[in-house]
Design a protein around this ligand. Structure first.
Ligand code: MLT
Length: 270
C-alpha cells in the first residue's frame, strides 16, 4: 500500500492523516497512543485496506499535526476527533483507539454516539489516573522540561513492550523510541498534564450500546488486563480478547493475532 500524507485545516489548525483502502467499505478510524503518531497503525492500514476505508490521523501536536493554541485535554482531543470526522464527512464509522487513543475514543462516544457505530479499545482503560500515577506524570513533566526526552524514551520503551518483544523486535522498539524522540517535548509535557487531569469514564462507558471489542496484551504493564476486563464487565455484550506475546503495544507486538481478532469482530458487526 502506498501511504499518502493528507492534510486538512480545521479551525485554523493543520491535521495530518492517512486515508487509504477500499473507499466504499465502512471506514475504520485509528487513533494512536501517547506519545506516538499515526505511523503506528501502518500494519493495520495494510491488512484492512482491502475491505475497509482506513484512516489514521495525528492527534493535535503529535506526528505532523499542529498543536494549536488551545489547552490540551482528553476532551479537547475528543472534540478534535469529532471535528475531523465532520470535516471528512464520516457519518458512520468504527473507531479503534490504543491507550490514549482509547481514552479519546471513549470520550468521543460519550459526546456523539450516533456516528460511531462500533468501538475497539486496545490496551486502554476507563479509570482516571491514581494519585501516584498522577504524581509520577507531574514529576516526569518537570524532568522533561529540565533535561529533554532521551531518558524518558528509554524508560518508556522498557515499560511499553513485553520483555520478549524487547529482545526479539528491534525494529519495532527502535520505531517507537524514535516516535517518542521526534515528538515535540512541549507536546509530551502538555499531553502528560492532559492525561493526568482526565476524568474517570467508567460510568459513561457502561451506558454504551454499540458493539465493543476490548483487546489487551497479556503483559501490558501500563493498562493491564485487569483494567481491560473491568471495561468488559461494565459493557454488556462486549468482546474481550487477551493478546499473547504482547505488552502495551499489542497491534505491533502480535500483529497477526491482533488483526485476526479485529477482523472477526468487524465481520460480526456487519
Ligand atoms: C499511551 O500509550 O497512550 C499511554 O501509555 C497512555 C497513558 O500513559 O495513560
Amino acid at each position: 500500500m502506498q501511504f499518502t500524507q493528507k492534510e486538512i485545516v480545521i479551525k485554523g489548525n493543520r491535521v495530518v492523516y492517512f486515508d487509504e483502502g477500499f473507499l466504499d467499505g465502512i471506514p475504520i478510524l485509528f487513533v494512536h497512543g501517547f506519545p506516538f503518531n499515526k505511523e503506528m497503525w501502518k500494519k493495520q492500514l495494510i491488512a484492512f485496506g482491502d475491505t475497509h476505508r482506513v484512516i489514521a490521523y495525528d492527534v493535535r501536536g503529535h506526528g505532523r499535526s499542529e498543536p494549536g493554541s488551545v489547552e490540551f485535554s482528553v476532551t479537547q482531543f475528543a472534540d478534535d476527533l469529532l471535528l475531523f470526522m465532520e470535516a471528512l464527512k464520516l457519518d458512520k464509522i468504527v473507531v479503534c483507539g490504543l491507550s490514549m487513543g482509547g481514552y479519546i475514543a471513549i470520550n468521543a462516544v460519550e459526546k456523539e454516539h450516533k456516528r460511531i457505530t462500533a468501538l475497539i479499545l486496545c490496551d486502554t482503560q476507563c479509570n482516571a489516573d491514581t494519585i501516584e500515577g498522577r504524581e509520577k506524570r507531574i514529576k516526569t513533566i518537570a524532568l522533561i522540561r529540565l533535561s529533554g526526552l532521551k531518558k524518558y524514551a528509554d524508560e518508556m520503551v522498557n515499560n511499553l513492550f513485553a520483555q520478549a518483544s524487547i529482545n526479539t523486535m528491534p525494529e519495532e522498539v527502535t520505531f517507537i523510541r524514535e516516535s517518542i524522540l521526534h515528538t515535540n517535548p512541549d507536546t509530551v509535557c502538555k499531553t502528560l498534564q492532559a492525561l493526568a487531569d482526565r476524568k474517570d469514564s467508567c460510568d459513561e462507558l457502561a451506558k454504551t450500546k454499540i458493539p465493543v471489542l476490548i483487546m489487551v496484551g497479556r503483559e501490558d504493564k501500563i493498562t493491564p488486563p485487569e483494567a481491560a476486563k473491568k471495561m468488559h464487565e461494565l459493557i454488556p455484550g462486549s468482546t474481550f480478547e487477551i493478546i499473547d506475546g504482547a505488552g502495551h503495544l499489542s497491534n505491533l507486538e502480535n500483529t497477526k493475532i491482533f488483526n485476526a481478532r479485529l477482523m472477526t469482530f468487524l465481520k460480526s458487526i456487519k
